[in-house]
Design a protein around this ligand. Sequence first.
Ligand SMILES: [Zn+2]
Ligand SMILES: [Zn+2]
Length: 185
Amino acid sequence: MLFAHDTEVSLAAAAALINTIDVLDPSDERLPDVAALDRFIEHWGYTGTRERTEAELQAVRALRPRLRRIWEVDEDEVVRIVNGLLSEANALPQLVKHDEWNYHLHATPPAAPLATRLAVEAAMAIVDVVRSGELSRLRRCESPTCDDVVVDLSKNRSKRYCDGGCGNRAAVAAYRARRSQRLSD
Ligand SMILES: [Zn+2]
Ligand SMILES: [Zn+2]
């Protein structure tokens, strides 16, 4: 394992949150309403209080472009963003244990607003990535028609595509290209 388990889950969750909006086609909104946010929160096992309001949804949506920047900028800028997220939230790291999880870090109280908790959890995970000198593992999907962010946790740094099917599509396209090349030979 490259990072602590909670860090790896947090990185995957942050990437999933960023990828709920398609920046190439903003009409493709995968957090269109509070129910969709409920499903996202449940899927990623986030705990703590919820408002289930439009304001909460808007705050979570507004976090996405800030997190996306982390995937796009150089190390000093990543540090600036992460330190900003942590200080805005008055983050206070504490080891906690709950549900099926063994000790891991929470840096916000359970009653902090959802968007704050999501921001701080992502920021704490990025802290680990920066400290390990592994920022190159935060990448964009290599498909030219996809803007999804990718977290490459593979041993040999071989993850090139998002989990949204771009890898399969690229493989199929390469196969077809080889095949039509052979047919035209
Ligand atoms: Zn937890
Ligand atoms: Zn993709």
